[in-house]
Design a binder for this molecule. Structure first.
Ligand SMILES: Cc1ncc(COP(=O)(O)O)c(C=O)c1O
Length: 345
């Protein structure tokens, strides 16, 4: 049983099959292949508007390269204090933007608060300060919660008033979308999003993320930044074909629905046990719970894999479900948790 991350999952068989079928004969390099050429229209159909799409292999590259198109080198990017771009990308956004500053903001359950954003002094025009350039939110958040359409729109409204572009780190966009039950358009450009990093890796791809620009002016420099940053694959068909297969027959939505449903089962099974506290609403495929130390140790000793969160001393743990997590695994985990929570401490 491994609930460490959705990155522990294998590649979805449909995506592996698509990779194999693309592995025939010659295809023009650097994105001049048929798979890559079809991506803009495939994503335009999905988002019901014209888009400019660039595939990259990692979420970090997607975020950092997208942000680099939104800010000057002396810009400020406002984000949640637990944002992946702020905490977990080893300075890639700062590196790819040429030194823009990430400004962390507080907010409950991993979400940016539009009022806090509105009240944050930004020093526009002050030569001594970095200049407001962009705001970034994560959908689903690092706390496993999901911004509603109204919440994204409220942040976009402040962003517009302050002349900030709006970036979304959608490493778990599919999980967020199936929770919301709205259209991809409603939760992105119609709510004011300028660029979305549309994740696929965590939900079944081998390595593929699509950077989706809703504002084509902002996309102009992306291809050069991607090449300069070493992220333009020569055999780009193998990246693009993953995205195509991911969208085919709504595979992405089916897989995310499955993962979300199992996260719900985990949460529902755990909350009735003594000493268990759910730390964030479970809205996507992640469960954050505080457990008695004895129970955490018992689960660890039973060989269940998960992370204590945010670090090894924590009594909160993070359980992540993926497209390949099985009902049996969830049942077995809950049976173990129940058995050990009933033992005297
Ligand atoms: C919210 C979020 N954004 C971005 C990423 C970056 O993905 P990668 O590890 O592919 O660079 C992750 C990965 O854990 C993530 O959780």
């Amino acid at each position: 049983m491994n609930f460490c991350s959705d990155n522990v999952s294998p590649v979805a068989p449909e995506i592996m099959a698509a990779l194999l079928s693309a592995n025939q004969g010659a295809a023009m390099p650097y994105g001049h292949d048929d798979y890559t050429q079809r991506l803009n229209s495939r994503f335009a159909e999905l988002f019901e508007t014209n888009v400019t799409v660039f595939p990259v292999a990692t979420g970090t590259a997607a975020n950092a390269l997208a942000l680099a198109c939104l800010t000057p080198v002396y810009g400020a990017i406002y984000c949640h204090a637990q944002a992946h771009i702020y905490e977990d990308e080893c300075g890639a956004p700062e590196f790819y933007t040429g030194g823009a500053k990430l400004v962390p903001l507080p907010g409950n359950h991993g979400k940016l608060n539009p009022e806090i954003l509105r009240q944050t002094p930004m020093g526009a025009g002050v030569v001594h300060q970095v200049q407001p350039a962009a705001v970034s939110l994560t959908q689903a958040t690092e706390a496993g919660t999901v911004y509603t359409v109204a919440e994204v729109a409220a942040i976009a409204e402040v962003a517009r008033a302050k002349q900030l572009f709006l970036h979304v780190d959608g490493a778990r966009f599919a999980n967020a979308l199936v929770h919301l039950g709205c259209t991809p358009a409603q939760i992105t450009w119609q709510a004011g999003v300028d660029v979305l990093c549309f994740g696929a890796t965590k939900n079944g791809a081998m390595a593929a993320e699509a950077v989706v620009f809703f504002n084509s002016d902002l996309a102009q420099a992306f291809q050069f930044r991607r090449k300069r940053g070493g992220h333009l694959w020569s055999k780009l068909r193998f990246l693009s074909v993953q995205l195509e297969a991911y969208l085919e027959d709504n595979l992405w939505l089916k897989q995310a629905s499955h993962a979300n449903a199992l996260a719900q089962k985990l949460a529902q099974g755990l909350i009735h046990l003594p000493g268990v506290n759910l730390c964030h609403p479970v809205e996507a495929n992640e469960v954050f719970v505080e457990l008695p130390e004895s129970l955490i140790v018992a689960l660890e000793q039973a060989g269940v894999q998960f992370y204590r969160w945010p670090d090894d001393d924590s009594q909160m743990i993070r359980l992540v479900t993926g497209f390949n997590t099985s009902e049996q695994e969830v049942r077995a985990f809950l049976a173990l948790a129940k058995q050990h929570s009933l033992l005297p401490v």
